[in-house]
Design a protein around this ligand. Structure first.
Ligand SMILES: Cc1ncc(COP(=O)(O)O)c(C=O)c1O
Length: 382
């Protein structure tokens, strides 16, 4: 029997998303002004517990915009985790500044506050705490180090929509936060992003920078050099449709997470994402780590076995200190990054999307169990 392919991610825009996008098009408000934009920014800010939200063209421009607004300049340093998506460090480079790579805490997979402390120099201006794989970073500890050293903090919440830290949603836990609404994210509009914050002065500056630097009171007068980082009213229509369904989306994804976890329990060498007692994670991509000694085969060999059965999966990101644009900087910085290396080598993202069925997951789990079992057979025979 021919089986269908299982992708690693897929979108679910089955509510009013399409109707709202069509409404935006028919209203002729298809650019970066319109009622869906206003509605999205207001609703998203409320959900993040912040005074303001600014929709941006993607999560990378949201980061870049935040760093520009915070006044990051050439020669400055920003502390970032090595274990993150490249956009986190690229945004620092776009400002001419240097990302300083530090390790993660293996108990959260997020930036280690102790490692941050060790990496501060007179050139350090701020910290980007990435909420990796839906798990919030330890923001109280990060904010404390920042306050002592006079630094700002950006939360990169691209992968962690509505995750909670000690009962509070991410997005309003530090100076400013950024989000991505790329197609594989929990809430999506294809390409999109947002910045959330409470500081009015910074909000006004970010809004101006987002819109080419134009003075809000004088059309075509540009007191500063700005950017076009705006998002369209059409995309915001899709986002408004997604926000209406957020509870349904979260429930579906949490059910997938629970099913995977109960099905994979007891498979030797498959370890689950750690969750800190104070964290409520966002169900982004279901992730495990493979211990090659226990499991009997490597993460990459398991990915090949899944691929052979038409099942797509993803390895974790390469740690940024091992990528060509950052090799030189990381060699100079010489921080210990062993946990990032380990997680990168062994982390695996399994298919996660709203219409993934239990039959699909049974198929995926069967391949994982079979890979482990066949290796056990090999070990016994040896
Ligand atoms: C941690 C992190 N930061 C930033 C981004 C960048 O977002 P975007 O792809 O929307 O530019 C991503 C992306 O997917 C991400 O995972």
């Amino acid at each position: 029997m021919k089986t269908t392919a299982i992708p690693v991610a897929s979108v679910d825009v089955s509510g009013k998303e399409e109707a709202y996008a069509v409404e935006a098009i028919r209203s002729s408000w298809i650019s970066s002004v319109g009622p869906f934009l206003d509605r999205f920014e207001q609703e998203f800010a409320e959900l993040c517990g912040t005074k303001y939200a600014l929709a941006c063209s993607n999560g990378t421009t949201a980061l870049h915009l935040s760093l520009l607004g915070l006044g990051l300049r050439p020669g400055d340093e920003v502390i970032v985790p090595s274990m993150t998506y490249i956009a986190t460090a690229n945004a620092v480079r776009y400002c001419g500044a240097e990302p300083v790579f530090v390790d993660i805490d293996p108990e959260t997979w997020c930036i280690s506050p102790e490692a941050i402390e060790r990496a501060i120099t007179p050139r350090t201006r701020g910290i980007i705490g990435v909420h990796l794989m839906g798990h919030p970073a330890d923001m109280d500890a990060i904010n404390e180090v920042a306050a002592i050293n006079g630094l700002w903090v950006v939360e990169d919440a691209a992968e962690a929509h509505f995750a909670q830290y000690k009962g509070r949603p991410v997005g309003g836990l530090s100076t400013v936060a950024t989000f991505s609404f790329f197609g594989n994210k929990i809430i999506t509009c294809g390409e999109g992003g947002a910045v959330t914050l409470n500081d009015r002065q910074l909000y006004v500056r970010l809004k101006m920078l987002r819109g080419q630097g134009m003075d809000p009171r004088r059309r075509y007068y540009f007191p500063i050099t700005g950017y076009n980082f705006r998002l369209t009213n059409v995309a915001c229509g899709i986002l408004c449709g997604q926000l209406e369904r957020r509870e349904e989306i979260f429930e579906k994804r949490r059910a997938l997470f629970d099913y995977y976890t109960s099905s994979l329990k007891g498979v030797s060498g498959v370890d689950f994402q750690p969750v800190a007692s104070w964290a409520r994670t966002a169900p982004w991509m279901y992730s495990v780590t493979i211990d090659p000694q226990q499991f009997g085969t490597t993460r990459d060999e398991l990915m090949d076995a899944l691929k052979a059965e038409g099942i797509d999966s993803r390895p974790f990101f390469y740690p940024l200190h091992t990528l060509p644009p950052f090799l030189e900087a990381a060699a100079r910085q010489r921080h210990s990054l062993a946990h990032s290396d380990h997680l990168s080598a062994n982390g695996l993202m399994l298919p996660t999307y709203n219409h993934l069925t239990t039959t699909d997951m049974d198929r995926i789990v069967k391949v994982i169990r079979r890979s482990a079992v066949s290796q056990m057979g090999v070990r016994r025979a040896a």
